[in-house]
Design a protein around this ligand. Sequence first.
Ligand SMILES: [Zn+2]
Ligand SMILES: [Zn+2]
Length: 410
Amino acid sequence: MELDEQVGRILAYGEICDHCLGRFFGKRSFGLLNEDRGHGLRVAHALGENTPYRAHEGSCWICHGLFDDLGSWAARVVEALSGIEHATFLIGTRVPPLMAESEELVWSDLGLTGPEPLKSEMNREVGKLVAGVTGKVADLAHPDVVAILDLAAGSVGIEITPLFFRGRYRKLERGIPQTRWPCRACGGAGCERCGFTGKMYPDSVEELIGRTAAGAFQAADAVLHGAGREDIDARMLGSGRPFVMEIVAPRVRAVDLPSLEGEVNRAAAGRVGISIHGWATRDEVETLKSEKAHKKYRISVEVEGGIARNELETALDRLRGAVIAQRTPARVVHRRADRIRERRVVDARVAGLEDGIFFLDVVGEAGLYVKELVSGDGGRTQPSLAGILGRPARVIQLDVLEVEGREERR
Ligand SMILES: [Zn+2]
Ligand SMILES: [Zn+2]
């Protein structure tokens, strides 16, 4: 079908605006607005048919006059973005199904090969107007904010792109979980048992860092992603555990990270300390979670009936380098799959003796359960220190001294 015949067929559907007419041929030629295309096609059609030229008037059967309102849509976006710091933005449009079906009907009836959807013209034209007012840059790939035009509701919604920073944390106090832990009794709703906090513990590493961070970024939330986690009753010492902090819906983006590090360390003094290494991306969260870092533990151990240093050292000789078969520990099996893992003990040696209690340094592959390595967990962990000694042994206290990270392996 020739172009002019297609235009004639489109005009026969009903009253249509220049934007919508031009958009059916949106991928023809360059450097034209769809409105220009529509006007040109309408003129050419009148000339070709030698009929009186008539400009569009009344309501367009496809967009119902949407493109007369570009200015007010742009104003609504500018209003919705005010107070949200951003350098780049993107416009998205939620098109009512009937509107989309109208133009798709024409595409298929006429077998059009180069139409542009209403959504993309709307996004582009409103974007140009917004950029003109705010001076910000439209960015399709990595916008700081996305403004969604809901055509049916007549409203604009804003999605703020999260920010990420990475660093290491030290946990200096026992009894703090890594992340928020909802109350088991009420599931987070708040009840008498949890003092109506909805939480099992008043604080977590996540909140001790996140409260300050969310304040600095004026964010809705701050979520901690750790490279593994230590037990609640274990400290995390040495250079700390790698983490990535996700800042959810930040209204401020230009936060000075060294200042934030200082603020967090003052607010959480004596409980949690951090060093911030720089900005991060969402991809780094996945990398962090899949890292198989060796961990070094300092544990104090109690053996029933006491033990002589040389007997302990002989037992550790057998564990050093050994591959341990561990069934999911009895203490966590209620929330994790019951299966057998094999993890290597990289190193195990006596670090000291104090008041009849031995301190051991153990280096294990990621995922090694150290408490069970000592106790044997009723036979679920093999071999174990208790198994080798032939009598009960248990960990009294445990600290993580080192989590190997990417920076060390580079
Ligand atoms: Zn229209
Ligand atoms: Zn509760």
